[in-house]
Structures are given as C-alpha cells and as structure tokens.
Design a protein around this ligand. Structure first.
Ligand SMILES: [Zn+2]
Length: 110
C-alpha cells in the first residue's frame, strides 16, 4: 500500500504525520536522524566499528550536546520529504515508504 501524508503537526520536538489511511505516526528528531538515508549517513552506518584508539575517551561534541530538532521539512516531488536538522544536516531525502516504516503508530484517541 502506498500511503501519502495528508497532514503534519508538531508535538514538542516530535512531528506527527497523518497518513492517507487516517493513521498517525510519530517521529522524533533522533529517530529521523538515525534513519537518514543519504549517502553520507549510509557510509557512516556501514563503517566497521573497530576502535582505532582503544583508550580514547568518549566525547560529546557541541552539536550533540544540543537537543536535536527538526528545523525544516520540504516536499520533494510527491514521493519524499527533505528534512533539515538543527545540527546542520540537510541532505536526507526521506521517501514516504521509509517514513511509513519507521514511524511509531499513535493511538487514534490521542
Ligand atoms: Zn544523512
């Protein structure tokens, strides 16, 4: 089934998409950021996780310390959204099929 978004609303930092079958799905900024399908992120995800410096201490960068937010969602044709994140990442094109898959279904009563 190919669903299309009919409405998008914000709920705190999350967004909620209402789909053409009347279902609602919730998306947090971090969920979307992790699922980003762009070439850059795909490359990162497939990198082997062999630590090069075993004693390196974990570091939290400035960007990571800020709460991640969805800065902008721009339709791409009629099949996807380009999502801009507050960490400056703007190259992710999220197809409707991907969005439909990763969203967590909201209760209809909410
Ligand atoms: Zn990306």
């Amino acid at each position: 089934m190919n669903l299309t978004p009919v409405a998008i609303e914000r709920s705190n930092r999350d967004i909620i998409i209402t789909w053409s079958d009347d279902s609602k799905r919730r998306y947090s900024p971090s969920l979307l950021r992790k699922a980003c399908p762009c070439a850059l992120c795909k490359e990162k995800q497939s990198e082997p996780t062999i630590p090069t410096k075993p004693l390196a201490l974990p570091v939290i960068s400035m960007a990571e310390a800020q709460p991640l937010e969805i800065a902008r969602m721009q339709p791409v044709g009629n099949y996807a959204y380009n999502i801009h994140f507050s960490d400056g990442h703007t190259s992710g094109i999220f197809g409707f099929t991907l969005l439909e898959e990763i969203g967590s279904v909201e209760n209809a009563s909410v």
